[in-house]
Write a protein that binds this ligand. Structure first.
Ligand SMILES: C[S@@+](CC[C@H](N)C(=O)[O-])C[C@H]1O[C@@H](n2cnc3c(N)ncnc32)[C@H](O)[C@@H]1O
Length: 445
């Protein structure tokens, strides 16, 4: 018997859902061809070369005119790839992905990306192994590299000769190495413990009752734990940049920053300030206060670009205490998503005393698509990040409506608006909460 239909309120019944069909192989192939043709046409008109996997190149430009075609290409080509397998192979490939992650960790550990030329010139594996100091384990090294080439990371141009491709060149960057180290040492030990945490602490939103605390055999929540381990917190602060670089263009354009005029923005828990720097370049009249824990503020002071220094001030704060920095805008990126709803309400309430009518809080997180939108590959990042937040903090990414509820619980005068559709680059949608005179609506909390 079918379970009770959860969609009956929107006029869909389970039978009609089960009769719906998804696109056929040929329909998907046509979508792929149409999208690729549209992209190639735009690139030709702009005299930009089409990207290839080898030799290394920058990839598709972040151009609004090809945005839709790129999304169609991503979604349809992914579905086409899955259909090209048999269903069991697709499942097997998914569970085996941990091996590819392990191979990435290995090549970073042996600094392989620094041995190869960044222009994509090939080198024989015995030379690579010798230079890496791993000649005794050449076979293990070649095995890791070959597994990665099947994911289009590195290229084997003729048997035994490996070269950088467009993705692998990023492995030569310190920040990417740090990100892989962080995932391996901090996230992997807890990623498979969520089930255990659910049994141990059902329905918990407590940041000490998580897969993370089980995996790391600790009673400290994620951030305090990082602070107890100086090497981990230093690395964490550095990787925020590599986590965000692909979002810079969207963050600069998704919100009308220049319309804020000569306002002051508090970048609350802004890390090393890299996002504020982007906004500062976009809107030259804005001034910034970077507010974070002591270690992050220290990094932020050291890494501020010279040309922006006179527009930035710094404060050490704890967002669980009342904010006292008067400002037109409080900006928080990747902050509410690592908190339970109760803590989000606490943090927002702490900001309200520093606000006046018309001032606003801007929240940049990934937004979970509305329940009438089927998730597809463009939502992969937000669901991945959602999983990270569940495992490390018993927290989550949220829908617009869920964020709306948090703000209403903090103060009924907030009026919310979403800038940017769900499914963009990491944490690049913005929810704007403006403080009005009066409560906007009667909320049932
Ligand atoms: C995920 S990072 C986000 C950094 C930055 N907003 C970005 O988008 O790259 C979270 C930040 O929260 C800061 N943080 C954690 N606990 C805090 C607290 N109690 N008060 C203030 N900042 C805190 C961390 O130092 C870190 O910089």
């Amino acid at each position: 018997m079918l379970p009770e239909n959860p969609n009956s309120h929107i006029g869909i019944n389970a039978t009609s859902i089960s009769q719906q069909t998804t696109p056929s192989l040929l329909e998907l192939a046509e979508q792929v061809a149409a999208a690729a043709t549209a992209i190639a046409k735009q690139l030709r008109e702009k005299n930009v070369a089409e990207p290839r996997l080898h030799p290394p190149c920058a990839g598709l430009p972040d151009d609004p005119e090809i945005k839709e075609a790129r999304q169609q290409l991503l979604v349809a080509s992914r579905a086409l790839g899955v259909l090209s397998h048999d269903p069991l192979s697709h499942l097997r490939e998914t569970i085996l992905q941990f091996n590819e992650c392990a191979a990435l960790v290995l090549v970073v550990d042996w600094k392989i990306a620094h041995i190869l030329e960044l222009d994509g010139t090939p080198m024989h594996i015995s030379e690579i192994a010798k230079r890496a100091g791993a000649a005794a384990d050449e076979y293990k090294l070649v095995s890791a590299l070959r597994m990665l080439t099947t994911q289009y990371i590195f290229a084997e141009l003729k048997p035994g000769y490996f070269a950088h491709n467009s993705s692998s060149v990023y492995l030569a960057r310190e920040e990417t190495e740090l990100l892989i180290g962080h995932c391996n040492e901090v996230l992997v030990p807890s990623a498979f413990k969520v089930s255990e945490a659910m049994r141990k602490w059902p329905a918990s939103t407590n940041p000490t009752e998580t897969a993370f605390t089980i995996g790391h055999k600790t009673s400290s929540p994620f951030f305090p734990w990082l602070l107890e381990h100086p090497a981990h917190i230093t690395r964490f602060n550095k990787i925020m940049r590599v986590m965000a670089e692909s979002s810079y263009a969207r963050l600069r354009s998704v919100y009308p920053w220049r319309s804020l005029g000569k306002s002051t923005i508090v970048d609350l828990a802004g890390g090393n300030g890299h996002i504020s720097h982007q906004i500062a370049y976009e809107a030259p009249e804005l001034r910034f206060v970077l507010a974070d824990l002591e270690n992050a503020v220290k990094d932020a002071k050291e890494t501020c670009p010279v040309e922006l220094k006179d527009r930035f001030e710094y404060r050490v704060v704890d967002f669980f205490e009342k904010m006292t920095i008067p400002a037109d805008v409080y900006f928080m990126r990747m902050i509410l998503h690592f908190m339970s709803d109760e803590d989000c309400v606490r943090v927002v309430k702490n900001i309200v005393p520093a606000m006046k009518k018309g001032s606003r809080i801007l929240v940049a997180d990934g937004i979970i698509p509305k329940c009438d939108v089927m998730p597809d590959p463009k939502h992969r990042y937000v669901f991945n990040q959602n999983w990270n937040m569940i495992q490390i903090m018993n927290a989550r990414e949220r829908t617009f409506a869920e964020v709306q509820k948090i703000f209403a619980q903090a103060d009924l005068r907030f009026r919310l608006k979403q800038w940017g559709e769900a499914g963009g680059p990491p944490s690049s949608e913005i929810i704007e909460a403006v403080l009005a005179d009066e409560p906007a609506v009667k909320w049932k909390l």
